[in-house]
Design a protein around this ligand. Structure first.
Ligand SMILES: [Zn+2]
Length: 79
């Protein structure tokens, strides 16, 4: 069992997942927005990304904690 990080719904899963299938497309959309923002402004911090992408700082930090932003951008700083 996993708990969706977006809607908090508990769902059944065989492997470790952090999103239910309803929220996965939302996550993908948010992530690609952040990625293209970082492409334009590679030295942004989490606060600037959140502002530029219209998401919460917590969400941005979650992507960092998941290691996804670090993988896509070497220059990224947490704060
Ligand atoms: Zn969900």
């Amino acid at each position: 069992m996993s708990k969706c990080k977006f809607c908090g719904k508990v769902f059944k899963t065989k492997k470790v997942e952090i999103l239910c299938k309803d929220c996965r497309p939302i996550d993908e959309a948010v992530f690609s927005r952040i990625e293209s923002y970082l492409h334009k402004f590679p030295h942004s911090n989490a606060m600037q990304i959140a502002e530029g992408c219209g998401v919460s700082v917590l969400e941005v930090l979650q992507y960092i904690d998941e290691g996804r932003l670090l993988l896509s951008k070497g220059e990224f700083k947490r704060l």
